[in-house]
Design a protein around this ligand. Structure first.
Ligand SMILES: [Zn+2]
Ligand SMILES: [Zn+2]
Length: 129
């Protein structure tokens, strides 16, 4: 097979949807890749690949429909979909389920859970003396 006289010309175009969450972490939510190839016979071929991010909890982030991904502010693990996150009842941070402690007052992050337990401990001591 003879070598082509003119090598195929390729043009690669990439779009990425990147979000930066409040902790400053960046992640790619998805995007698209466009590859245009000019063949020897002058014909142009376009290839478009849509990129989607799979979160750790197994959800595909559909950024075009308003889906976002989150990093847990406590353990810095992510990306998680909103299905794998809860809001801490005390500090209102959006945290992952691993960092969530269920308490009588609702879901708490580890920090608030320690605080609440300490407060309950002191309240208990005060109630005795
Ligand atoms: Zn976490
Ligand atoms: Zn909290």
């Amino acid at each position: 097979m003879a070598d082509p006289i003119v090598p195929p010309v390729e043009s690669h175009d990439t779009h990425r949807h990147v979000i930066v969450d409040p902790t400053g972490q960046r992640f790619v939510l998805g995007g698209s890749e466009e590859l245009s190839t000019l063949a020897e016979d002058g014909s142009v071929r376009h290839e478009r690949t849509d990129l989607r991010v799979m979160t750790l909890d197994g959800h595909v982030v559909d950024h075009e429909h308003g889906d976002t991904a989150h990093t847990c502010p406590v353990c810095s693990v992510g990306p998680y979909s909103r299905h794998a996150m809860t809001t801490c009842e005390a500090c209102r941070r959006f945290i992952c389920l691993t960092c969530t402690t269920t308490s009588p007052v609702g879901a708490l992050c580890a920090t608030c859970n320690r605080l609440v337990r300490r407060q309950a401990f002191w309240a208990f001591l005060r109630s005795i003396f």
